[in-house]
Design a protein around this ligand. Structure first.
Ligand code: SAM
Length: 239
């Protein structure tokens, strides 16, 4: 399987991804603002508006990291479980929740490919900028389907492939030349940001990822491209 620019053994990837996020946890939120010029906040707002969280419903925010999506969902009154493979990212998230006086969130260390939750535990499943990091995307999608109730909704926010001519080239140059440098300057970690950029480049294009979601059993799948597909919201229903 691919890890950044190189191929690694499938059994190694999760550990290496864990290391990347342990390294960046402390500077993760600052870096998101720096690299996207703050735009990730708008994409996350748009994503949660699409989810339409309802008060009291159980939502699993997978690969929830430092809580950006979970906090937005919780504001609407949803009962949110934030799950992530990386305890350091979750710890930063818990600190941030404390500062915002948000209570009632559950934090859980989980691998998206093998969840410990019972079948049909959640009304909605969200995963933002997380799924491209898992080793076997189909396993994560199968688990998402398993833990959702009938009528449950699946939502994924992820970098994708921009189909606007011109813009894609500018973005490519920006991400490959500048992002690792910003990573070096702000987070003292060039390699991790190289991995992050390369993992974006290798992620399947929108129609292919939508097919994978359908293959996992989801119905009425949809793709909503943002900025020509630079970022995309994929969704589907468990029926
Ligand atoms: N959702 C948050 C956000 O939008 O700010 C965090 C996204 S961050 C780019 C990716 C997260 O995926 C990290 O916190 C990382 O630990 C987590 N992750 C990577 N591989 C995972 C896996 N196999 N299972 C669960 N979480 C994973």
């Amino acid at each position: 399987v691919s890890f950044g620019y190189r191929e690694v053994d499938a059994s190694e990837k999760a550990g290496m991804v864990r290391q990347v996020f342990s390294g960046v946890a402390g500077s993760y939120d600052l870096m998101n603002d720096a690299m996207s010029f703050g735009a990730h906040r708008l994409w996350k707002d748009q994503f949660v508006a699409r989810v339409k969280p309802r008060a009291g419903e159980a939502i699993l925010d997978m690969a929830g990291g430092t809580g950006d999506i979970a906090f937005r969902l919780a504001k609407a009154g949803a009962a949110v479980t934030v799950a992530d493979i990386n305890p350091e990212m979750l710890a930063v998230g818990q600190q941030r929740a404390g500062k915002r006086q948000l209570s009632g969130l559950l934090w859980s260390e989980q691998n998206a490919e093998a969840l410990s939750f019972a079948d049909r535990s959640f009304d909605a499943y969200t995963i933002a900028f997380g799924i491209r990091n898992v080793t076997f995307i189909d396993k994560a999608l199968a688990e998402a389907h398993r833990v959702l109730n009938y009528g449950g909704r699946f939502f994924c926010l992820e970098f994708s492939t921009c189909v606007w001519p011109g813009f894609a080239e500018i973005y490519d140059a920006y991400s490959h030349r500048l992002v690792p440098k910003i990573g070096k300057a702000l987070a003292k970690d060039e390699e991790s940001y190289r991995y992050l950029i390369e993992s974006i480049r290798r992620f399947p294009p929108m129609p292919e990822f939508e097919r994978m979601i359908r293959a996992a059993g989801f119905a009425q799948t949809k793709v909503e491209p943002i900025l020509g597909g630079l970022v995309a919201i994929h969704s589907g229903w468990k029926v």
